[in-house]
Design a protein around this ligand. Structure first.
Ligand SMILES: *Cc1c(COP(=O)(O)O)cnc(C)c1O
Length: 459
């Protein structure tokens, strides 16, 4: 906890804290954003750029690592296609579509009483196969990487083998000797649990109080052990980490620190680049791309943003969104304190219906890594998430979970807020807006049971 005195000093220094601590909606532009960084990244030819090396000498994150992650997912494609028949049409690739949402764009213009130039797209990670959320990227990737490490180490496969073999009972029995644990608000646990149990691992998911009952029930039906906590996400992660440390055969998926999760998310950027090319959409100085991502602890939006900056450099502008009651990343970035401050420290309760985003303390690793890459971050009230959830269903017949709507007001908030306008002016974007593309990252929802979705739709 911070003393009254320290809080007063922080408040005096960072004016945004006033609005944050009273749970108001804010639009914040990141003063540490470095537009020229992408050139440095290119010059480094995929080596982690200087700022990252200084802060994280032990980590090497760059183009090369993303390519390795992509190659690993390709090796697993035959297994995925075999184990999850719904991925056969995409050849075992876990990928989502990118769709135009013109009717929703009309709604947003009326709702926010402004004109939204350019096109608005929805990236449907809500409908990713296997676990129906963005966690199907990072979470599944990390489990696959761990499984691959074990079988390679035991000489059971080589990287040239057909990984479809992993579906055989011999491998399931092998993996049954190993455990995997994770702390989650719901969707990460769901992803880790589903893929882990499918491979044969003993999986334990430590769920925070925010986790929805149906997610726990679904996991238990797959033979996953679910441990429930009455406290929030940070506690569930800490307990999971502690228990996993006592078992040398247990791999802990560390949502707050994992480089593997991060890289799994980052692969999305290359896939998106291919999709945009297929759709004939240019991303360049004349055609800026704006991407709006919901943020919890930071790994999902962090990995995607990191990948996107590698691919599109200065021509992509990434904005994140958090609930007004859980703005942990904004708090960490604005104060520079990262994981040394929590939303509870400034008097917020971290209670939100957006369970995927109910995180009170941000990842330091992610905050530090994306500090020069992130354009800005805004907060949104729960009531607005539900309004947008209902509008998206009415206008486009698309059903998302509450967390996944956080990106939706992004274009309107960017264009209408003072801070957003000054960002656009500073980067010479005002007259490019008519040919801009905006991607709202829809991060979850397709697995929500019908009766729960009906409750969301009738609130
Ligand atoms: C987890 C999650 C996010 C955010 O990802 P973080 O890695 O926690 O920042 C966004 N939307 C949904 C639906 C999620 O489950």
């Amino acid at each position: 906890m911070f003393s009254e005195q320290t809080l007063r000093e922080l408040n005096a220094k960072f004016s945004v804290l006033d609005q944050l601590s009273t749970a108001q909606e804010v639009f914040w532009v990141n003063p540490k954003y470095q537009a020229e960084l992408s050139e440095k990244l290119e010059a480094d030819q995929g080596q982690a750029s200087a700022p990252y090396r200084e802060q994280y000498p032990q980590r090497h994150l760059g183009q090369e690592e993303i390519l390795q992650a992509e190659a690993r997912l390709s090796r697993f494609a035959s297994y995925i296609a075999q184990a999850f028949p719904e991925t056969r049409s995409s050849g075992g690739l876990i990928e989502s579509s990118l769709v135009l949402i013109p009717h929703m764009q009309n709604y947003l213009e009326q709702h926010y009483q402004l004109t939204l130039p350019g096109k608005i797209w929805l990236k449907c990670d809500s409908h990713l196969p296997i676990s129906g959320s963005i966690k199907a990227r990072g979470g599944i990737y990390e489990v696959l990487k761990h499984a691959e490490g074990l079988v390679l180490q035991h000489g059971m496969l080589t990287t040239d083998s057909d990984y479809a073999l992993l579906a055989a009972s011999e491998f399931r029995e092998f993996f049954a000797q190993y455990a995997i644990a994770v702390g989650s608000t719901g969707n990460l646990g769901l992803s880790i649990g589903v893929i882990g149990a499918k491979l044969g691992f003993k999986v334990t998911v430590h769920m925070s109080a925010d986790a929805k009952a149906w997610k726990k029930a679904l996991l238990r039906s797959k033979g996953v052990e679910v441990i429930e906590y009455s406290s929030d996400y940070s506690k569930a992660v800490a307990e999971g980490r502690k228990q996993a440390e006592q078992n040398p055969c247990c791999h802990f998926v560390d949502d707050e620190n994992s480089q593997d999760l991060f890289l799994g998310y980052a692969v999305a950027a290359k896939r998106l680049q291919t999709q945009l090319t297929e759709l004939g959409i240019s991303v360049d100085a004349e055609h800026p791309l704006f991407v709006y991502l919901p943020c919890g602890v930071g790994g999902g939006p962090g990995g995607v943003t990191f990948g996107l900056k590698q691919v599109f450099g200065d021509h992509v502008h990434c904005f994140w969104a958090e609930p007004t009651h859980s703005p942990c990343m904004l708090l960490g970035l604005a104060t520079g304190l990262h994981d040394q401050i929590s939303v509870q420290d400034i008097g917020l309760d971290n209670h939100t219906e957006a369970d995927g985003l109910a995180v009170g303390r941000a990842s330091r690793f992610v905050g530090k890594t994306i500090e020069p890459l992130l354009s800005g971050l805004y907060t949104i009230e729960d009531a607005e998430l539900f309004r947008l959830l209902q509008a998206l269903n009415t206008s486009e017949n698309l059903k998302l979970e509450p967390s996944a709507l956080a990106g939706m007001p992004g274009p309107a908030r960017l264009i209408s807020s003072k801070a957003g306008q000054s960002y656009l002016r500073k980067h010479g974007l005002i007259n490019k807006l008519p040919q801009a593309n905006h991607i709202i990252w829809g991060t979850g929802g397709s697995l929500v049971p019908e009766e729960i979705m009906n409750q969301y739709l009738s609130r």
